[in-house]
Design a protein around this ligand. Structure first.
Ligand SMILES: NC(=O)c1ccc[n+]([C@@H]2O[C@H](COP(=O)([O-])OP(=O)(O)OC[C@H]3O[C@@H](n4cnc5c(N)ncnc54)[C@H](O)[C@@H]3O)[C@@H](O)[C@H]2O)c1
Length: 278
């Protein structure tokens, strides 16, 4: 059955998803709505599409539109704030959701409400693996984990704009040598670096939670890639997964892998498929 899709956020991830759906690269779905608070972003994406969706720049109009009633899946690719502001209303509206800004789940009230709504409405919420791999493995062993440490290494440009630098009055451009700039749990890491460590949220949800998951952030002016190293010690062994991703040219905070992961997640939602991995 064809699924009608709404995309919230027309940045790097949202625009790629929109164009792939428009070009029929993902079977069994069509793009019915795009929504962004930035009208320029909306126009840029809209102009590239052959099959024109409805366009909204206001959440109330989006939710009350006749097009919204027919939507099967809302894809959030905007920000933690957007996921937090809209997620609950979208699920209350009986829709499935894909959430890219996974850091939103470090807010326990939001997390609890989403789980409650999933059960009440029999809805699905999909969290793509994003910029990392190994989530299947972490899920399988979650009851036997002793420790998980995520070390994320990025350059000045990729980390620029994070609240951490304003909160601690640090000029990110003045850091010239490789150094660990943050070490703490995933909950605090997401507060300080909301656009940089969505992967720590995914690892926390799959594994041992936000308080137990250790996050180190290394700023290295010399690296060009976004590097995530996940070290897990568990009852029957240990493993390390290291992923080195080239950033997307349009948004250095986002790895190209995150876009491919969202596309693959959408493909598996829309088509009956072999379900591979745990
Ligand atoms: N899960 C992962 O591994 C992973 C990886 C990369 C990015 N992300 C997250 O996915 C999200 C999208 O990433 P991106 O690179 O496409 O970002 P982007 O900055 O390129 O685009 C975000 C878009 O969302 C819009 N937006 C922001 N707030 C909004 C709101 N309240 N309502 C409607 N639109 C709003 C912006 O105007 C912008 O057009 C970000 O939160 C990012 O941190 C997750």
């Amino acid at each position: 059955m064809n699924k009608e899709i709404a995309i919230v956020g027309c940045g790097v991830i949202g625009s790629e998803l929109a164009q792939n759906i428009d070009m029929n690269k993902i079977p069994n779905c069509s793009l019915s709505i795009i929504f962004d608070i930035d009208k320029n972003k909306l126009k840029t994406v809209f102009d590239k599409l052959t099959n024109k969706p409805a366009v909204f720049s206001n959440f109330k109009d989006f939710m009350e539109s006749p097009q919204f009633k027919k939507i099967d899946l809302v894809i959030e690719a905007a920000s933690i704030t957007a996921a937090s502001l809209y997620g609950i209303d979208v699920l209350k509206g009986g829709k499935d959701m894909m959430i890219m800004s996974v850091g939103v789940f470090s807010d326990y009230d939001f997390y609890r409400e989403i789980i409650h709504l999933i059960k009440m409405k029999s809805s699905n919420v999909f969290l793509p693996s994003g910029a990392i791999g190994g989530i299947d493995l972490i899920r399988s062993i979650k009851n036997h984990i002793d420790s998980i440490t995520l070390t994320t290494t990025k350059n000045n440009k990729s980390l620029k704009g994070a609240p951490f630098f304003t909160n601690f009055k640090i000029n990110v451009d003045e850091i010239l040598n490789k150094q660990v700039i943050f070490e703490g749990n995933a909950e605090d890491a997401i507060k300080q670096f909301p656009s940089n460590v969505n992967v720590s949220a995914l690892i926390s949800l799959a594994g041992i939670g936000f308080k137990q998951t250790v996050v180190k952030i290394v700023l290295d002016p010399e690296v060009t890639n976004n590097i995530h190293e996940i070290c897990v010690k568990w009852k029957f062994g240990e493993f390390t997964i290291k992923i080195s991703n080239r950033p997307s040219p349009e948004n250095p905070k986002t790895s190209y892998l995150a876009i491919l992961s969202a596309l693959e997640c959408l493909r598996s939602i829309c088509s009956p498929d072999l379900k591979i991995g745990s």
